[in-house]
Write a protein that binds this ligand. Structure first.
Ligand code: GMT
Length: 374
């Protein structure tokens, strides 16, 4: 099949999922055309069957805002027409599904039929809770998509709560390549960040408010007070400055390392003993799954789609949002002994296998076939 994938090319989970999906489909022989405004972070260099079409918006002196959606729709029309695509898969309702709708209508007027699949990742749905002015556009996009997927049962439920649509939504969760073999940790590298018997805790995010990185620091402070530990923070974003200040205030700087944005965080995760994800809301929690895939148990909040990924007592432990005391208690209980830690590490890895890339990508392929054959 020839598939156009429209995505946000950034470090965010939706961009990672869309890029890894395209790469995996390309390996299976499909021809993949990424359409977005800059080179997707996880795309890497030349890969067979993969094409990248950049959407560049010129600065129009007359307009205050750049008309990205219009330029994107024009690019989609061009790519579908000249590369003879069978299907468009857009990640996020706005502006990607609305641009896909426009492209589909333009192409229809030229006698070309192109279906589009919309995947909801969360922010487009939760956004409406904050700004209802988007509601009519998103509802319309959901209804007009040839198929809609959501990354968790929780997100599917939220979508029906926020939008008056009866459109069928298929749940296709986030995925990850999971190796059957045990990851062997490079002790030399590990010892640069921790003494031999000290645990390493880790958090990865875009440091948005919704991630509650302050809770990560407070949980870490409580764990470290009982059991000397180390914390690796990966990513960057609006809250980073405040978190660095808090780290100094709590006198934790010798034990906390801010590593910044990292293209492939799996190498950092392999060094860790625990992953902390205390988010306010999370439609899935890809970062937690990435940790679990290398056998790292997860201390998380029990919100949104997280409980569908992190199984309480198996791959980690869950607490109410903001309950840092409970999260610290849970972290210490997992770190209590080598036996308990090993039990959770195995549980995390086993649970990650449920979301192995080979199982999940097949679900997208089946959906594409069904949509194209209609
Ligand atoms: O978490 C973020 O801030 C990034 C965001 C995005 O849109 O890229 O991630 C969302 O999509 C991911 C992939 O489906 C999910 O794993 C994340 O849980 C979801 N983030 C939120 O719901 C806050």
């Amino acid at each position: 099949m020839k598939i156009g994938i429209v995505l946000y090319p950034t470090y965010g989970g939706s961009g990672v999922v869309a890029t890894e999906l395209g790469k995996s489909l390309a390996k299976k022989g499909h021809e993949i055309h990424f359409i977005t405004y800059s080179h997707p972070v996880r795309l890497g260099s030349f890969t067979e069957n993969i094409y990248y079409h950049e959407v560049s918006v010129s600065d129009y002196p007359l307009f205050e805002y750049e008309p990205y959606e219009t330029v994107l729709a024009s690019k989609m029309v061009d790519v579908v027409k000249h590369e003879h695509l069978d299907l468009l898969h857009v990640h996020y309702a706005i502006p990607h599904a609305s641009a896909a709708f426009m492209a589909r209508q333009i192409l229809k007027s030229q006698g070309i039929l192109i279906p589009f699949v919309t995947t909801l990742h969360g922010t487009d749905i939760t956004l409406v809770g904050k700004d209802p002015s988007f509601e009519p556009v998103i509802t319309f996009c959901l209804n007009e998509s040839d198929a809609v997927t959501a990354v968790s049962e929780s997100l599917k439920k939220d979508t029906y709560t926020h939008f008056s649509t009866s459109k069928k939504i298929s749940v296709i969760p986030n995925f990850i390549p999971v190796s059957e073999e045990k990851v062997s940790v490079d002790q030399k590298i590990r010892m640069r960040y921790s003494k031999i018997d000290e645990p390493i805790l880790c958090h990865i995010s875009n440091f948005r408010k919704v991630k509650r990185v302050e809770d990560v620091m407070r949980v870490f402070a409580k764990v470290n007070a009982v059991k000397p530990s180390n914390l690796l923070l990966v990513g960057d974003g609006p809250e980073r400055f405040l978190i660095e200040e808090l780290c100094r205030e709590l006198d934790l700087c010798t034990r906390v390392k801010f590593l910044g944005k990292i293209q492939d965080p799996s190498l950092v995760l392999e060094l860790a003993d625990l992953f902390i994800l205390p988010s306010e809301t999370e439609s899935f929690g890809l970062a937690a799954l990435e940790a679990m895939s290398v056998g790292v148990p997860v201390i998380s909040s029990n919100t949104g789609g997280i409980p569908e990924v992190n199984k309480h007592g198996v791959s980690g432990l869950l607490s109410d949002v903001g309950d840092v005391d409970d999260m610290a208690k849970n972290a210490l209980s997992i770190l209590e002994s080598k036996e308990t830690l090993d039990k959770f590490k195995k549980g995390a890895h086993k649970q990650a296998l449920e979301f192995d890339i080979n199982k999940i990508v097949q679900q997208y392929e089946d959906l594409y076939k069904e949509v194209v054959s209609r």
